[in-house]
Design a protein around this ligand. Sequence first.
Ligand SMILES: Nc1ncnc2c1ncn2[C@@H]1O[C@H](COP(=O)(O)OP(=O)(O)OP(=O)(O)O)[C@@H](O)[C@H]1O
Ligand SMILES: [Mg+2]
Length: 303
Amino acid sequence: MEAIEVKVMSKSFNGIKAVDCVSFNVHRGEIFGFLGPNGAGKTTTVRILTGVIKPDAGEARVMGCDIVKDTQKAKEVLGVVPETANAYPDLKAWQNMMLIASLYGIPRREAELRAATLLKEFGIYERRSSKVKGFSKGMKQRLMLCMAMISDPEVLFLDEPTSGLDIQSARLIRQKIKELKEERKTVFLTSHNMQEVNVLCDRVGIINKGKMVIIDSPENLRTRIGGSLAVEVKFDKAVDMSMLGFNPERVGDNYKIYTTEPHEVICSIVGFATLNGLKIMGLNVQSPSLEDIFVKLTGGSND
Ligand SMILES: Nc1ncnc2c1ncn2[C@@H]1O[C@H](COP(=O)(O)OP(=O)(O)OP(=O)(O)O)[C@@H](O)[C@H]1O
Ligand SMILES: [Mg+2]
């Protein structure tokens, strides 16, 4: 059984196709990265898969439970950290934890034990008796994770869990995600942080304008789609690179050229420099990063 199965799922808002005939599977025990520019349909997908909204068409199952026909059952096996905080601000952190636990029908004693363990792991146990409205963004986000995990879900949906957090908080969350994988849990992770996705995810799905563009491992994406390498060059002064051809992209003081023939490009760069009296200050050949692939596949409309 797949952890998540999505078949030709669609959802429109006022005629705009937020999710457009999307199909994919997420395997059990996998960390699946879900990438896409702003407005691509990531949160909408998460909201459908976690039973918050209904799709207009298509099917989706989480651990075999139909999210539309059997929403309650599906909800029992999943946990979610939504894009915007869902804790009650006027309740204390501890009360929020107990509330969620009671919704899942977790016996009180067990709930208290789990809540204490989680809050300690995430470094907010000391603040358990403070109202959430006084929490910082990072503290709220960590609480959100604790709340999502109190039911020990098989599948965890995280919608940009580390966005806007400091390095320590983000690290803590990434560490936890890794531990979940060791426990064979499935994680569906939405993120704009390519480095994060690159190190954490087994596979990555890229969505653009509601359509799933590609799914593969970060490594395969780089070699398969990238195909090309990037030649990065820096000259001693500003130049009109249009003369060189190859359609270079400006990156700070450098110019980047994507090519499958780096030799040819480098020879042209050397010729161009000689002809124009330029000094080459830096020259290197890189394999494409996940970010490069993302830009290539989505037209560079990411923030
Ligand atoms: N409740 C809603 N009402 C109307 N339009 C909506 C609603 N929710 C989403 N949309 C639209 O659906 C599209 C996809 O939005 P969604 O929030 O899924 O994007 P996203 O990929 O999560 O973007 P971001 O990276 O900014 O979080 C957008 O055009 C958005 O305006
Ligand atoms: Mg979103």
